[in-house]
Design a protein around this ligand. Structure first.
Ligand SMILES: Nc1ncnc2c1ncn2[C@@H]1O[C@H](COP(=O)(O)OP(=O)(O)O)[C@@H](O)[C@H]1O
Ligand SMILES: [Mg+2]
Length: 350
C-alpha cells in the first residue's frame, strides 16, 4: 500500500513542516517573539531546524527588510572569530592589512544569527555581553566605539544552563541570551510529523531531479517512524533525496532506505553484490565442512543454511509478514509456513 500525500495538509511556518504539538509550540513561540526586539535562544540537537527558525524570526519581524547575518561561532579560531564579529583596523595584527567591517556592523538594522554560541571563548563572551547590554563595541585594534542596532538570535546544540553550571559558559551571558528560549524537539520525539516531512522533501527532490516520485510505501514510512534519528530532520532529508534519486517507480519502497534504517542485519539480500554472496556461501560451506562429520550430506545441509538465512532476512525486511515474505521470495505461502517451522523461525514471523 502506498501513502498518497495529496490529502496531507500540515501547517507550515516559513517553509517549516510540523503538525505535532511540539512543533506547533515552536511555531507559536516563533510568531509571538518575532514581533519584538528580544534576544532569542534556540536550543536543540543538530538538524532539528534551528537555522530555519532563526530565519523565520527575522522574516516575520519588522526588521525583515534589513540584513540577516549568520556567523558560525564554532567554525573559526578565537582571533579570526573576534575580527569576523567585530571587525579590525589596519595593523591590528599581522594579517590585518586593511580595515575590515565586522558582522555586527553588517547586521545593523537587521538580525545577527550566532550559531553554535556554546563554543564562544571567555573573552568573546565578555565582548558579546557588552553588545547585548550596551549595543556597543570596538573593532579589534581600535579605540573608537561603534553603536549597533541589531537583533541577536543565538543557537546551541548543548545545554547552556548545564555549561554555565560547569563554569564553561558565563552565567550573566546565559541569562542575557535566554530572554526567550525556543526548544527544538528531536525528531524521534515527534515521529507523527515524519509523513508530512517525507512528502515535503519528496516534492523538493523530485522537482530538482526531474522525477515523478509522489509517495512512499506504508512499510517505508513504518521504518522511518521507528528509527532513532541522531541527525534529526537533516538526516531524514538526506535519505529522502537518496531514495528519490534511486527510485525507478513513482513510489519509495523500503528497499530504497539505508539498511540501518530498516533495522536490518548486515547481509543485504537482493542488493548483495557477487562478492557478498560469494563470501556468504564460502562462510557457510566452510562452517559445514569444519563442523560436521563427512556423512555425504553436505549439499542438503549447505542449501538448508542458505535457505534459512534467505528466509530470515526477507522476513525481517517485511517485518515478519508471511504473505509479503512469500510474494517477495516468489514461493507459495504454505511452502513458506512449512520452511519457517523447519528452520525454527516462528518467532521471526507473524
Ligand atoms: N520542520 C522542518 N520542516 C522542513 N525542513 C526542515 C525542518 N526542520 C529542519 N529542516 C531541514 O533540515 C535541515 C537542517 O535544518 P537546520 O535548520 O540547518 O538545523 P540545525 O540548525 O538545527 O542544525 C535543513 O535542510 C532544513 O531545511
Ligand atoms: Mg545548524
Amino acid at each position: 500500500m502506498v501513502t498518497d500525500f495529496s490529502a496531507t495538509d500540515a501547517p507550515a511556518l516559513n517553509g517549516m513542516i510540523g503538525a505535532s504539538s511540539a512543533m506547533r509550540e515552536v511555531f507559536d513561540m516563533t510568531c509571538r517573539v518575532a514581533n519584538s526586539t528580544a534576544t532569542v535562544l534556540l536550543q536543540g540537537e543538530t538538524g532539528t531546524g534551528k537555522e530555519l527558525v532563526a530565519r523565520a524570526v527575522h522574516e516575520l519581524s519588522p526588521r525583515r527588510t534589513g540584513p540577516f547575518i549568520r556567523v558560525n561561532c564554532g567554525a573559526l579560531s578565537e582571533t579570526l572569530l573576534e575580527s569576523e564579529l567585530f571587525g579590525h583596523v589596519k595593523g591590528a595584527f599581522t594579517s590585518a592589512v586593511e580595515n575590515r567591517t565586522g558582522r555586527f556592523e553588517a547586521a545593523h538594522g537587521g538580525s545577527i544569527f550566532l550559531d553554535e554560541i556554546n563554543s564562544l571563548s571567555y573573552t568573546l563572551q565578555v565582548k558579546l555581553l557588552r553588545v547585548l547590554q550596551e549595543h556597543e563595541f570596538e573593532r579589534v585594534g581600535d579605540t573608537r566605539t561603534i553603536n549597533v542596532d541589531c537583533r541577536v538570535i543565538a543557537a546551541t546544540n548543548r545545554d547552556l544552563a548545564e555549561l554555565a553550571d560547569e563554569g564553561k559558559f558565563r552565567e550573566d551571558l546565559y541569562y542575557r541570551l535566554n530572554v526567550v528560549p525556543i526548544y527544538l524537539p528531536p525528531l524521534r520525539s515527534h515521529p507523527e510529523d515524519i509523513p508530512a516531512l517525507v512528502e515535503h522533501f519528496l516534492r523538493k527532490y523530485a522537482e530538482e531531479n526531474g522525477r515523478t516520485v509522489t509517495g512512499a510505501s506504508q512499510e517505508a514510512i513504518g521504518f522511518l517512524k521507528a528509527y532513532s534519528w541522531p541527525g534529526n530532520v537533516r538526516e531524514l532529508e538526506n535519505y529522502v533525496e537518496r531514495a528519490v534519486v534511486l527510485a525507478t517507480g513513482d513510489s519509495i519502497g523500503a528497499d530504497l532506505l539505508p539498511p540501518h534504517v530498516r533495522g536490518e542485519a548486515p547481509i543485504r539480500v537482493g542488493r548483495a553484490g557477487k562478492d557478498d554472496l560469494e563470501s556468504l556461501c564460502s562462510d557457510l560451506v566452510g562452517r559445514e565442512l569444519r563442523e560436521s562429520a563427512s556423512d555425504g550430506n553436505a549439499y542438503a545441509r549447505v542449501m538448508g543454511l542458505v535457505e534459512r538465512e534467505l528466509i530470515l532476512q526477507v522476513l525481517r525486511m517485511c517485518q515478519g509478514t508471511q504473505t509479503k515474505t512469500a510474494s517477495r521470495l516468489g514461493i507459495n505461502r504454505n511452502t513458506l509456513h512449512k520452511k519457517i517451522e523447519e528452520h525454527g523461525l516462528q518467532k521471526d514471523a507473524r
